[in-house]
Write a protein that binds this ligand. Structure first.
Ligand code: NAP
Ligand code: HSE
Length: 424
C-alpha cells in the first residue's frame, strides 16, 4: 500500500489532536479506508511542542518554504490559527499543489474567496470541516446530504465558550463575570475572551455555514453581531420565570431573495431542542423544505473532536477529487440577495422606572405607536421608589423596537433600560 505523506503547520490543541488520531488509528484507517497516512513534517515556531508530546524532533520543520518544496508531502494540515501568516503559508502550499485541511474559521470567513481560486488553479483542495462546530460533521452534511432541499433556516449554538458561560449562569445563578472566570479556569475561554464573548467566533462560523446552506456568498461583514457580555443574572432569572433559557444563537434564514444572518443572545423556549444544549456542547438546528427539521449535536471544540474532523478531511482529500463552491465565491453579497436588517422577532425588554402613576402607560403608548404589541408585562417593586418592569412583545420589527427603546430611554421616569434580548 502506498504511504501518503502529510504535514502539520501548528502543533497546538487541534494539530496535536489530529496527530494523535493519525498515529493511534493509523492501522484502523489503513484497514477501513485503504489509506496509509504518515505525518512526515511538523512546522511550529520551535520543536518544543513536539518534545512536549514525545514526538520525534526529526519531524520538526523550521521553514515554510522547505515544507512547500518537499515533493513527498501531498497534503498539509493548517492548525496555527489567525489570518497571517496562516494565509501566506496556505497560499504557498496550494501553489505547490498540496491540498490543505484547515480548522481556521477566521481565515475562512475572511479569505475563503481568495484561497479557493488558488486551490482550483493548482488542482488541489481546500477542506475545512473542522472550522465549524468541531467534531460535528455539519460542513459535510450541508455539502453532501439533502442536496435536493432548499435550506430555509439554520439556528446554531456554535460557540462552546459562550454556551458554557450561559449554562453556568443558568444552572448556578451566578454573574457573567463569575461564569467567565470559571470558563477561563477550565480552558474554554481564552485570557482575552473577546472573540468568543462578543460573538466574532460564531459570526465567522455562521458566514461559512450560511454560504454553504444558501448557496451564495454570505460575507462575514454582512452578519449582525451582538455578544453575551451584557446578559445579567436577572435576565437569566426572568427568562426562567417566563419559561426560557438564554442562548447565543447564530441564525441564518433565507426566503426568496431575502437573507437574515445574525448572532446575538436569544430567549429560547424551554421546550425547544436547542434549550437543552448545555455546557460547552454545540448544536445546529436546521430546516430544509423537504427534509424538515434536523439537529446536529456534539462537541464543538477540543483537541480530539476537532482533530477527528481534520482527519476526516485528510481522508476525503486523499480519496477523491477536490470539490469547489458551486456559487460565485467572491467575498461579496450577491446583488440579487437582499440582506434583512429589519428582521422580525419577539423581544424581552427590562427597564427600571420611577414607580409613579402613568409610567407604564407612557411606555406602552410608545411601543404601540411604533407598532410593537405587548404580550406580557410584569412589574417588580424595587428600592428607592423604583420598580423593574419586564415586557415580552409579540413579533415585532427590529427597527420599531430600537426606535421605541430610544424614545422610552428619554422618558423622565425611566431610570435605565437594563436589557433587550430577542425571543425565538
Ligand atoms: P493553539 O493551541 O494555539 O495552536 C496553534 C499552534 O500553532 C501553536 O503551537 C502555535 O505556537 C503555532 N503557531 C501559531 N502561529 C505560528 C507561526 N506563525 N509559525 C509557527 N507556528 C505557529 O490553537 P488551537 O486551539 O489548536 O487552534 C488552531 C486553529 O483551530 C484555530 O484556527 C482555531 O480557531 C481552530 N479551532 C480550534 C478549536 C479548539 O477547540 N481549540 C476548535 C475548532 C477550531 P505558539 O503557541 O507558540 O503561538
Ligand atoms: N472558541 C471556540 C468555541 C472554539 O468556544 O466554540 C471552537 O471553535
Amino acid at each position: 500500500m502506498k504511504t501518503h505523506h502529510i504535514a502539520i503547520m501548528g502543533l497546538g490543541t487541534v494539530g496535536g489532536g489530529a496527530y494523535d488520531i493519525l498515529t493511534q488509528n493509523r492501522e484502523h484507517i489503513k484497514s477501513t479506508q485503504g489509506l496509509d497516512i504518515s505525518v512526515k513534517l511538523i512546522l511550529d515556531r520551535n520543536d518544543e511542542p513536539l518534545k512536549k508530546r514525545g514526538i520525534p524532533t526529526k519531524l520538526f520543520c523550521d521553514s515554510v518554504d522547505k515544507l512547500a518544496a518537499d515533493k513527498d508531502v501531498e497534503l498539509v494540515i493548517e492548525t496555527m490559527g489567525g489570518v497571517e501568516p496562516a494565509k501566506t503559508f496556505i497560499t504557498k502550499m496550494l501553489t505547490a499543489g498540496k491540498s490543505v485541511v484547515t480548522a481556521n474559521k477566521e481565515l475562512l470567513a475572511k479569505c475563503w474567496h481568495e484561497l479557493e481560486p488558488i486551490a482550483k488553479a493548482h488542482g488541489c483542495g481546500l477542506f475545512f470541516e473542522a472550522s465549524c462546530v468541531g467534531g460535528v460533521p455539519i460542513i459535510r452534511a450541508l455539502g453532501e446530504s439533502f442536496q435536493g432541499d432548499r435550506v430555509k433556516s439554520i439556528y446554531g449554538i456554535i460557540n462552546g465558550t459562550t454556551n458554557y458561560i450561559l449554562s453556568k449562569m443558568s444552572s448556578e445563578n451566578c454573574s457573567y463575570a463569575e461564569a467567565l472566570k470559571k470558563a477561563q479556569e477550565l480552558g474554554y475561554a481564552e485570557f482575552d475572551p473577546t472573540s468568543d464573548v462578543d460573538g466574532y467566533d460564531a459570526a465567522y462560523k455562521l458566514s461559512i455555514l450560511c454560504s454553504l446552506a444558501f448557496h451564495t456568498c454570505v460575507p462575514y461583514g454582512s452578519i449582525f453581531r451582538d455578544g453575551i457580555t451584557k446578559v445579567t443574572a436577572s435576565d437569566i432569572k426572568n427568562a426562567h420565570d417566563l419559561g426560557y433559557e438564554i442562548k447565543l444563537l447564530a441564525i441564518g434564514k433565507r426566503e426568496g431573495d431575502g437573507l437574515e444572518a445574525r448572532v446575538h443572545p436569544v430567549f429560547v423556549p424551554k421546550d425547544h431542542p436547542l434549550a437543552s444544549v448545555s455546557g460547552a456542547y454545540n448544536a445546529v438546528y436546521l430546516n430544509g423544505d423537504f427534509v424538515g427539521d434536523l439537529m446536529f449535536y456534539g462537541a464543538g471544540a477540543g483537541a480530539h473532536p476537532t482533530g477527528s474532523a481534520i482527519v476526516s478531511d485528510v481522508i476525503k482529500a486523499l480519496s477523491g477529487k477536490p470539490k469547489y463552491c458551486e456559487f460565485e465565491n467572491n467575498g461579496k453579497l450577491d446583488g440579487s440577495v437582499k440582506l434583512i436588517g429589519d428582521f422580525v422577532s419577539g423581544y424581552y425588554i427590562c427597564v427600571t422606572v420611577d414607580d409613579k402613576v402613568g409610567v407604564l402607560s407612557r411606555i406602552s403608548t410608545i411601543l404601540g405607536n411604533n407598532g410593537v404589541s405587548i404580550k406580557a408585562a410584569t412589574q417588580v417593586p424595587g428600592s428607592d421608589d423604583g420598580a423593574t418592569v419586564v415586557f415580552l412583545t409579540h413579533l415585532a420589527r427590529e427597527h420599531a423596537v430600537m426606535q421605541s427603546l430610544e424614545a422610552i430611554g428619554k422618558l423622565a421616569a425611566v431610570r435605565s433600560i437594563d436589557s433587550m434580548i430577542r425571543v425565538l
